[in-house]
Design a protein around this ligand. Structure first.
Ligand SMILES: Cc1ncc(COP(=O)(O)O)c(C=O)c1O
Length: 404
């Protein structure tokens, strides 16, 4: 007898989810590599520096321990959580209880997606600054919720205008995301802004999710605050951190969540249904990374600042009306007006740039409805390589102008 469930189809939520735009770009990238072209890949936010030797050594030594070869301690290695609590106290002046306010993650992306599954319900929505890091939206939608995109506008330096949140939106919101230094815009906010966000979330009983992936990549005087520096945030918030960016460990997949003990417990409960926690050798590598100390973090930060200081005038000179990023690793570049006038998309522009210059950028549509008409450049190559790429981009832009 035929089963009524004979149609092997993915869920509608997954089918309706747009693909990551990287696929087609990847194909073209591979074709150009085969042709021997010199690519300058500034697409994914994957740091170019290598993981430090002391971190790799800790991983290897960690994995030699028989205990670490078994399933991990689900709530995380106590020594790793203690090290995180110490760093958090020094960096933000916030005291955390390692037993119930810290949860190691398989990279922060995993936790950000899963927190939506732990809290979202049909009929409710997440407020998400937009353009956004895609998982902010994708977690909510895959978990059955809706999204309200709070538009980040150039006239506000790409900081979300909280006055645009209507009473109706706030009543329907279950979750609010904030993420500054921001991917993809490079926008930053001060503590006063965070205070307003906390006040709103407390008033409307909204779970506040702070994605602080770029806490250590900031420029000039824009040193980011943790949400927990705001009084009362601990009642309603969770914050995500990653080792991928500051410590050049994207390949190892290590992050952590900190915050309200009940919210951490809820995320833990969800995850016990899905994974087994973080490999303990990797958590030992995380301890070694944190122990690299302030001098290492400062060196990494200044590397990105130097790249930014070269790129900002260079892009301006090419005619891109970019904002000078206050943190993170990105430039958010409006595509030339002639593309918009010709009804061409950010994807068309990224393809033309790739084909003509070998510079790989990400089309803005990847980052939500308000991303069209922009492309994102990630500062993830050594300065000399970036300079070579920008020389070619500059020639391309000049040749375009002469075509008009
Ligand atoms: C804002 C933001 N959050 C989280 C992540 C994910 O980092 P992880 O490597 O820890 O999953 C990224 C990665 O690009 C990011 O830009």
């Amino acid at each position: 007898m035929k089963s009524p469930f004979h149609k092997i189809l993915p869920s509608l939520r997954l089918v309706e989810m747009p693909d990551y735009a990287f696929g087609q770009l990847d194909e073209m990238k591979n074709r150009l590599v085969e042709q021997g072209r010199d690519l300058c890949d500034l697409s994914l936010g994957s740091p170019d520096r290598q993981t430090e030797d002391s971190v790799l050594k800790a991983l290897y030594e960690g994995m030699k321990k028989p205990r670490n070869q078994k399933y991990p301690i689900f709530r995380g290695l106590p020594s790793f959580k203690k090290e995180i609590a110490e760093w958090f106290s020094e960096r933000f002046g916030v005291e955390l209880n390692p037993d119930n306010q810290i949860l190691p993650l398989l990279g922060s992306k995993e936790g950000i997606a899963h927190i939506a599954f732990a809290y979202m319900q049909e009929g409710f929505m997440s407020i998400i600054p937009s353009p956004y890091y895609p998982v902010h939206m994708r977690g909510t939608v895959l978990a059955g919720g809706q999204v309200f995109e709070l538009k980040l506008k150039p006239e506000n330096n790409f900081v979300g205008d909280l006055d645009e949140l209507s009473e109706d939106t706030l009543l329907r919101a279950k979750i609010m995301f904030i993420s500054y230094p921001n991917n993809p815009t490079g926008a930053v906010v001060g503590k006063d802004y965070l205070e307003k966000v906390v006040k709103i979330c407390k008033e409307y009983n909204i779970l506040l999710i702070s994605d602080l992936a770029y806490s250590e990549i900031w420029f000039d005087n824009h040193k980011p605050c943790s949400i927990f520096e705001v009084r009362g945030a601990m009642d309603i918030a969770i914050e995500f951190h990653t080792f991928s960016k500051t410590y050049n460990m994207a390949g190892m997949r290590l992050g952590f969540a900190v915050g309200n003990a009940n919210i951490i417990e809820t995320l833990y409960k969800l995850k016990t249904n899905i994974d087994y926690g973080v490999c303990m050798g990797i958590q030992e590598a995380g301890i070694a990374a944190l122990q690299l100390g302030d001098s290492y973090r400062e060196e990494v930060r200044l590397t990105y600042q130097e790249r930014r200081d070269y790129l900002y005038p260079a892009l301006k000179n090419m005619g891109f009306d970019v904002m000078k990023p206050g943190g993170a690793m990105y430039f958010w570049m409006p595509i030339p007006q002639r593309y918009i006038d010709a009804n061409k998309s950010s994807f068309d522009f990224a393809i033309d740039v790739l084909e003509n210059t070998g510079v790989v950028l990400v089309p803005g549509q990847t980052f939500g409805n308000f991303g069209e008409d922009y492309v994102r450049l990630a500062m993830v190559q050594p300065l000399e390589d970036i300079k070579r790429g920008m020389e070619r981009l500059s020639l391309f832009m000049e040749s375009q102008v002469s075509k008009v």
